[in-house]
Design a protein around this ligand. Sequence first.
Ligand code: ADP
Ligand code: MG
Length: 250
Amino acid sequence: VKLGDTLLYVNNISKSFDGFKALNNLSLTVNAGELRCIIGANGAGKSTMMDVITGKTKPDEGTVIFGNDIDLLKMDEPAIAKIGIGRKFQKPTVFPNHTVWENLELAMEADKGVFATLFAKMSGAQKDKLEQTIELIGLKEQPNYPAGALSHGQKQWLEIGMLLMQNPKLLLVDEPVAGMTPQEIDKTAALLNSLADEHHHSVVVVEHDMEFVRSIARKVTVLHEGSVLAENNMDAIQANEDVRRVYLGE
Ligand code: ADP
Ligand code: MG
């Protein structure tokens, strides 16, 4: 898939829980190299949509295609992770007793196990990648810090770095700035912007913080009652009457 081509094609997915439609004919297309924000009130279906993309939940109907022709609905969750769809949940899950450097090293060799990884010698290319990543996430001054001693924001960046070590083709990030200080929020925006603009990563971010969304998003998708209510740039979204009515409560 080339930059700008369709990377993720979600078409008409629906999912009911006990007769309640959490997703209702939801369709969404994400292009390679895009940084997309998904917003919507609580219960709009954002997490369920992420669950469907990552294989945690199977929809009742619809299509989810990745790349040119990979049918994600035929694959289970580990297989989907393996083809390069990385998900970051809201809470950071780093190895608290290992250093920043070791966490990145462990993420790169996720299959191998802790001892095998930490005692193996890294290749030059692996070391280069680790050095680039630790700089990108703003932790190059703290390689020997135990991850458990980092601030909340630094843990979130480390976890994004750990996903990057696995060379993801698509990154899904759930509420990255929840609980961060304003300075950490600014740094997170810079990190995500750099991932898309300089490193050509494809990223989907679910987020509530509107100012943050404005600072990163080129295109915003608004979910409401399991469907796409609007999709546009932030200015158009904030001026959209449907959005103002149902999401901003006007
Ligand atoms: P969001 O992430 O946008 O807040 P969710 O996707 O978590 O929304 O939830 C959408 C709706 O589906 C909610 O009303 C939620 O209660 C319901 N729902 C989600 N998962 C389940 C489940 N496993 N069982 C029952 N209801 C669920
Ligand atoms: Mg949610």
